[in-house]
Design a protein around this ligand. Structure first.
Ligand code: FES
Length: 279
């Protein structure tokens, strides 16, 4: 139904964390290191999120900030089992978000993350714009296997990335400073049967790039699109993350924020439009 706004169902309970590290990575981008905090006793292991899922932090004035888990592989295990690293997707105007030592009630993980099965063992093309590149790193670290090639670009300072992952031996930077995401899709050489693509950037640009890859033979089911930049209320009520597809509308905060391109393009298996009605 047009205009229907349904809150997210089956939301995970809030759990206490304490901020143990903080750095600013750019406009609206604050990286926080969070440790589980149970009031003086050692923190319990953090619930591990699938790469690409998001969490929600409280902020001043009742704001709720979506953040994405960017915990490097190897952290968040062993003695660090209660630690996660998160990156804000936006921050509200006003006082700075988070301070070292502050205790927060954090909700998550939420939403749908990257589908690792569609990546594992394949040659991976990463095409990212502005803040999209950090979203893809956790899936690259966990999927392992084939060659990873990265195209990055954007208008934000440093969004090209240079060599963002020098320690990942299987990742090479093909180009930065792209005019748009489709430019990478047009020039990349790939074997359609052995390749998968991770696209992270503004939805119209990512859709254009995905369409080019499909034209060049890559199955739509091998392409995943991250639209974290669309998340706002992160509660399923504001409607600002709505995405039109041939099957009806989706909500990035509920159906994503990582979406298989065959679902966006309307060529995959039809699923109920959980995103809340038709536009
Ligand atoms: S409905 Fe507000 S972010 Fe999805």
């Amino acid at each position: 139904m047009r205009g229907e706004r349904r809150p997210l169902s089956r939301a995970p309970a809030q759990r206490p964390f304490r901020i143990v590290g903080r750095s600013v990575e750019g406009p609206g981008k604050v990286r926080l290191r969070l440790a589980g905090d149970t009031g003086g006793t050692p923190g319990t292991a953090a619930a591990r999120s699938v790469p690409g899922q998001y969490w929600v932090l409280p902020a001043h004035g009742g704001a709720r900030i979506p953040v994405v888990d960017v915990t490097p592989a190897g952290n968040g295990s062993g003695e660090d089992a209660s630690l996660i690293e998160v990156l804000t997707l936006w921050v509200p105007c006003g006082p700075p978000v988070g301070a070292v030592g502050e205790r927060l009630e954090v909700r998550g993980p939420l939403g749908k993350g990257w589908n690792l099965e569609r990546v594992t063992g394949k040659d991976v093309l990463v095409i990212a714009w502005d803040g999209g590149l950090p979203l893809t790193r956790p899936v690259i670290e966990r999927a392992g296997g084939g060659r990873v090639r990265v195209w990055a670009g954007g208008t934000a300072p440093g969004s090209g990335g240079g060599s963002p992952w020098p320690e990942l031996a299987n990742a090479t930077i093909e180009a930065d400073g792209l005019p748009d995401m489709a430019a990478a899709a047009r020039t990349a050489a790939f074997d359609p049967a052995r390749s998968a693509a991770l696209l992270a950037g503004p939805l119209p640009m990512a859709r254009s790039a995905a369409a080019v890859l499909v034209e060049r033979g890559m199955p739509a089911s091998s392409i995943q699109v991250a639209v974290h930049s669309m998340l706002r209320c992160a509660s399923g009520t504001c409607g600002r993350c709505r995405i039109s597809t041939p099957y009806g509308s989706l909500r990035a905060c509920h159906d994503g924020p990582v979406l298989p391109y065959d679902r966006l393009a309307g060529t995959g298996e039809r699923q109920p439009p959980a995103g809340g009605g038709e536009e």
